[in-house]
Design a protein around this ligand. Structure first.
Ligand SMILES: [Zn+2]
Length: 171
């Protein structure tokens, strides 16, 4: 099932998501499958549960955008363990469509998480994958990428979004 993506302005996006306690349940497996489906439908490389209105610490990532199943990553209760270096590049978010900003992030990131069975694992990514780990983990902490841009740019985005909301052109 494809969920609609929750847009910037909804409280769930700026609320810390709850730790997942029950693993290996049909509900969790279904939710993870639906999250991949929703992410591919929206042509994203990452999706946090909060972006479909579910306040649970679950994120899915696939930097191949569905081209290579070995790239599918499920992060449940993720925690950033290590960050190294820096990269600056354009970042966007499915919840803030139509906007992209330069964001500086660590170049190499190690994350510890659980899979849908509850097994703990660590994974290290560089470049886009490192960026995705940070972006999605931020989401689960109620933080959006625009909190990493200058206050001036953030205000500009907020104002543009407000205009779109008033015009009924924002979900
Ligand atoms: Zn996002």
């Amino acid at each position: 099932m494809v969920y609609p993506i929750v847009k910037y302005g909804e409280t769930v996006l700026e609320t810390k998501a709850a730790t997942v306690i029950d693993f290996d349940t049909p509900e969790l497996n279904k939710l993870v499958d639906d999250m991949f489906e929703s992410m591919y439908a929206a042509k994203g490389v990452g999706l946090a549960a909060t972006q479909i209105g579910i306040g649970k610490r679950i994120a899915v990532i696939d930097i191949s955008v569905g081209e290579d199943p070995t790239h599918k990553i499920v992060l449940i209760n993720p925690e950033i363990m290590a960050k190294e270096g820096a990269q600056t590049g354009e970042e966007g978010c499915l919840s803030i469509p139509g906007f992209r900003e330069q964001v500086t992030r660590a170049q190499k990131v190690t994350v510890r998480a659980q899979d849908a069975k509850g097994e703990t694992f660590e994974i290290t990514g560089t470049d886009l994958l490192a960026r995705a780990f940070l972006h999605e983990t931020d989401h689960l902490n109620g933080m959006l990428y625009i909190s990493h841009v200058s206050p001036l740019k953030r205000d500009l985005i907020r104002r543009k979004v407000r205009k779109l909301q008033k015009a009924g052109e924002w979900g």
